[in-house]
Design a protein around this ligand. Structure first.
Ligand code: URA
Ligand code: CA
Length: 433
């Protein structure tokens, strides 16, 4: 096989075979095919698209380019959850203990944040002592005993995806549905998932800026899930404003604790029930969505889910007393309020720009080697559709620096007050095949 022929084939709109796709991924992973040829192929895929069979073959080839985690020694159906990216998305911190508390096996590998999107690992590391690296034996033992552990991705998980993603980033080929779908699904499959719940976000804070594109991505991923024998459900959710009220690592841990105490922001709670019910049904712990939801509500109200979070922190070496005293996590040197300049109804809060404001405070990374400051971030006191009086605080800013005028300017530019606004619809659609 010659790579140049395969590029030509895709360039001219033909379909690549399983053997051809495996040849490309194997020889790219071992550095035999150079970046410039893969760049040309990526651009050809960007313009010509791929069939479901091609995307499935690509997904499985990427998944098998490195370690494939074997979770077969764990009881039950292992359901993984993944979001295509958001701002202030605290759901994993809540969902892991919540669904584990009703018997779902959660052996989860999470990632770090980059740019304006946060990552679950960074949030967990805001908990003093919490270890995101466990040996394979410890990981399996803890999940067997306690149903839940959340750790960092193994270094050799889907190495082809790491190379491809870095190349896409510099060749203007990130925003391609077959490439995004295979990137996400390959990592879930390599991480050992039997079934997958996807949160496909849409809006300013997301990859997919409109609902039609989000629906196409969701349908592509559920179809390749089926072809790869992993039952997959996608929830299409709104990410035009940040999810919940907190953006920033310690702030989101506090938000997760409050939510597990039954005192969470309405949209975040709803999102957790929507995704959690799908996980419970896929894990065959309930027959219907309604039954699953009642189980989750009961786990939250009884304190069972909160107790599971405490246990998860303890199992992974963290200081679980912060669950009883979450205010101990809020150690930023300064807090500032952002007063509304006029009275009215909050009509716009641009998610990605607020994510950037939190990143500028130190809550996120500009490049992947940046250090982050767990203590800083933003707490929204108003969301879209809320009324506000001039002078009332829109946002509380947690900072370790006194001079934050550029952050303040960015926030004012991206929070609009108008005469009327409806609360955004949180869940646009659920795609099951
Ligand atoms: N998230 C991923 O993991 N990969 C993509 O390509 C896009 C979002
Ligand atoms: Ca949040």
């Amino acid at each position: 096989m010659r790579m140049v022929d395969l590029i030509e084939k895709k360039r001219d709109g033909y379909t690549l075979s399983k053997e051809e796709i495996e040849y490309i991924i194997t020889n790219y992973t071992n550095d035999t095919i150079p970046d410039y040829q893969i760049s040309a192929l990526l651009m050809a895929i960007f313009y010509q698209d791929m069939t479901d069979e091609e995307i499935t073959d690509l997904t499985l080839a990427i998944a098998h380019s490195g370690d494939v985690i074997d979770l077969s020694s764990l009881d039950g159906i292992k359901v993984d959850k993944h979001s295509t990216g958001g701002v202030g998305d605290t759901t994993t911190l809540i969902l892991a203990p919540l669904v584990a508390s009703v018997g779902v096996t959660v052996a989860k590998m999470s990632g770090r944040g980059l740019g304006y999107t946060g990552g679950t690992l960074d949030k967990l590391e805001a908990i003093p002592g919490f270890k995101i690296e466990l040996s394979d034996e410890e990981f399996i033992r803890i999940v067997n005993e306690s149903k839940v552990a959340v750790i960092g991705q193994s270094g050799n998980l889907a190495p082809a995806d790491k190379k491809l993603y870095a190349l896409r980033d510099v060749t203007a080929t990130v925003n391609s549905i077959p490439l995004i779908a295979s990137s996400i699904m390959s990592k879930k499959i390599a991480a050992g998932a039997d079934a997958i719940v996807l949160d496909v976000t849409t809006g300013d804070g997301a990859f997919m800026k409109n609902i039609d594109d989000a629906r196409r991505l969701a349908k592509t991923m559920t179809r390749i899930g089926k072809l790869a024998n992993r039952q997959t459900v996608a929830v299409i959710s709104d990410m035009s404003e940040p999810l919940g009220e907190a953006i920033g690592n310690s702030l989101e841990v506090v938000e997760a604790i409050e939510t597990l105490q039954g005192d969470g922001p309405e949209d975040l709670v709803e999102m957790c029930y929507a995704l959690g019910s799908q996980m419970v049904v896929l894990a065959e712990k309930a027959k219907t969505m309604d039954e699953a939801r009642v189980m989750l509500e009961e786990a939250l109200e009884s304190g069972k889910a909160l107790a599971k979070f405490k246990e998860m922190i303890q199992n992974q070496g963290g200081d679980s007393t912060i669950v009883d005293e979450p205010e101990r996590l809020l150690t930023a040197r300064y807090t500032f309020e952002l007063p509304a300049k006029e009275s009215g109804i909050v009509s716009k809060i641009v998610a990605n720009e607020l994510g950037i404001a939190a990143m500028m405070l130190g809550a996120g990374r500009k490049t992947k080697d940046d250090a982050i400051d767990h203590a800083v971030g933003l707490k929204l006191n108003k969301k879209i559709g809320d009324s506000v009086k001039a002078g009332e605080s829109l946002v509380t800013i947690y900072s370790n620096e006194e001079e934050i005028s550029t952050v303040i300017e960015l926030l004012y530019k991206n929070i609009e007050i108008g005469e009327s606004a409806e609360k955004p619809t949180l869940i646009h659609d659920i795609i099951t095949e």
